[in-house]
Design a protein around this ligand. Structure first.
Ligand code: SF4
Length: 47
């Protein structure tokens, strides 16, 4: 999420963002209510 937020898309790719299958568990569990799935989807679209 941090890499996507900072637009470090190549690093996000290296860290395996493409492996996200958009289950939404991270966003569901996040105590800070950060929209993690939205970040994942956006990052995947940008790589
Ligand atoms: S939506 Fe979140 S928990 Fe689910 S695969 Fe993607 S990064 Fe992992």
């Amino acid at each position: 999420m941090y890499r996507v937020k900072k637009e470090f898309f190549s690093e996000a790719k290296e860290l395996g963002i493409a492996g996200c299958f958009e289950c939404g568990a991270c966003a569901y569990e996040c105590p800070a209510k950060i929209p993690l799935l939205d970040y994942m989807k956006y990052g995947k679209a940008r790589i």
